[in-house]
Design a protein around this ligand. Structure first.
Ligand code: 2M8
Length: 458
């Protein structure tokens, strides 16, 4: 069982140079501008709803400004929790103009969806336990205990749902049914699989006739983000087609798997799950609660099962096809996520750190690229297919600290802060030039920059 090396309970001295405080003020302003009262939108325009892992990262930053508001951010996520424990990746804004988004998902087709609230029908990375734990570190002992007691049932139900629904064979690894569930929307292992196995005939027809260009004119994201930074129109259409297949099965995992739809044991997701399980154990211990023995057993199995994803020839971990157990050998940011999981050996961690040190792989000027720059899939502008993101950097920094790579953690903290200081609070960044890309004034960039500033060792 792994234990997370505590960073002096995060109460590390704060640097108070002018540049630092400027950055902190800007971050706080962005968070307040995106604040909707009980939750924070990722950014204005493109992202008008509440997203699961966004709110978790946002709470990790907000805890430094206002721990009560950080608690509200996470409590508001539990409104969307399904009766079976599932935490949806999106809770929809109730304003009339977003009727189309709610209707696209129609969460009400599944009786487990919450009453009177529209959500999506799929989940996102399980960072909730981490966020609850981090917020708890900013509370007094009695407040922390009440906070943990309040959130513990939600985390347990969510993790139990993941095991019950998404690990039907009791293998230890949970499966995902849509690339949006990874949070890394166009990450190569998924786009490659979709392209090779799941491109419906009508989408192939559009490609052959170039009609996708016409369809592209109607894309909402093009109002906000230049073409070339997000999914191609064909990819977007195939993501929508995959979503519609799930909706037709009322987001019921058994029906989805019975029909042999897309399912992958995703490496990054399972790494974050291992870490979340460790946080869950810590939270339960803090309130002297005995976790259900079956859950404890399955949590242990996930750590062991992660090792089945190790490829001794490539010296890397990979995602795996759920049905065939074929390893999906496409390097991506997931390659480094076992550092965050914390359950791998120090020797394996050192192998991953070497990749981070290599400027031709994961170590360009503004690391960490979401696809290594020596991969044929690398595209420095395209979303999760090359740009550097502050949330994945934050998790890698946590992982480095956990394995005692303190200098690497400090260096990555500095380059991440510089990237944002020099370019602004963008959604993602060109890993070589540092240019800001995607949505501007992006909430988790602001929140995690605040956290990096506050927890940075001077
Ligand atoms: C992106 O995902 C949404 C779909 O859920 C999108 O592409 O419009 C991803 O970056 C995801 O990880 C993130 O949670 C979401 C909101 O920031 O945007």
């Amino acid at each position: 069982m792994s234990e997370i090396k505590s960073d002096a309970s995060n109460e590390v001295a704060v640097e108070t140079t002018e540049a630092t405080s400027d950055l902190a003020v800007q971050a706080a302003t962005i968070l307040s501008e995106n604040d909707q009262g009980e939750y924070t939108i990722p950014s204005k325009g493109l992202y008008p709803h509440q997203w699961l892992w966004d709110s978790c990262f946002i709470a990790i930053g907000l805890r430094h400004l206002d721990p009560n508001r950080a608690q509200t951010e996470l409590v508001s996520l539990t409104r969307g929790q399904w009766h079976n424990g599932m935490m949806p990746n999106m809770i929809f804004n109730t304003a009339p103009e977003y009727h189309h988004d709610r209707n696209f998902w129609r969460s009400w087709v599944n009786p487990q969806s919450p009453d009177g609230l529209a959500t999506s029908g799929i989940t996102q990375p399980p960072v909730l336990a981490e966020a609850v734990w981090q917020v708890g570190q900013k509370l007094s002992s009695p407040e922390r205990r009440s906070w943990y007691k309040l959130m513990l049932p939600h985390i347990i139900e969510y993790h139990q749902w993941l095991y019950h629904d998404r690990d039907p064979h009791g293998e230890g690894l949970v499966l995902l049914v849509h690339p949006w569930e990874t949070g890394l929307d166009n990450t190569p292992p998924w786009t490659t699989e979709l392209q090779d196995h799941l491109m419906p005939t009508w989408i192939r027809f559009l490609r052959a006739t170039n009609l996708d260009r016409v369809v592209g004119l109607f894309r909402r994201d093009r109002h906000y983000i230049p073409p070339g930074q997000r999914l191609s129109t064909l990819e977007t259409l195939s993501y929508f087609a995959a979503q519609r297949r799930l909706r037709r099965k009322a987001y019921d995992t058994i029906k989805i798997l019975d029909h042999g739809l897309f399912s992958i044991e995703d490496l990054s997701y399972n790494c974050m799950f291992v870490r979340a399980n460790t946080r869950l154990r810590e939270i339960a211990k803090a309130v002297r609660y005995d976790l259900p023995p079956e859950l404890v057993e399955r949590m242990q199995k996930t750590e062991t099962a992660l090792e089945q994803l190790w490829d001794p020839y490539a010296q890397k971990y990979w995602s795996r096809d759920f049905v065939t157990h074929r390893l999906l050998k496409q390097p991506s940011i997931a390659t480094l996520m076992p550092l965050y999981a914390g359950s791998i050996t120090k020797e394996r961690a050192a192998v991953l750190v070497k990749l981070l040190e290599n400027e031709h792989v994961f170590g360009p000027n503004f690391p960490v690229p979401t696809v290594p720059i020596d991969s044929p899939m690398f595209d420095p502008h395209k979303y999760w297919q090359g740009p550097s993101w502050v949330n994945t950097n934050w998790m890698i920094i946590e992982g480095l600290k956990q394995y005692g790579f303190d200098e690497h953690a400090a260096a990555l903290t500095d380059t991440t802060l510089d990237m944002v200081r020099e370019n602004g609070f963008w959604e993602y960044f060109h890993p070589i030039s540092g240019e800001g890309l995607g949505a501007h004034n992006f909430s988790w960039t602001a929140a995690l920059i605040l956290d990096l500033l506050k927890t940075k060792k001077t």
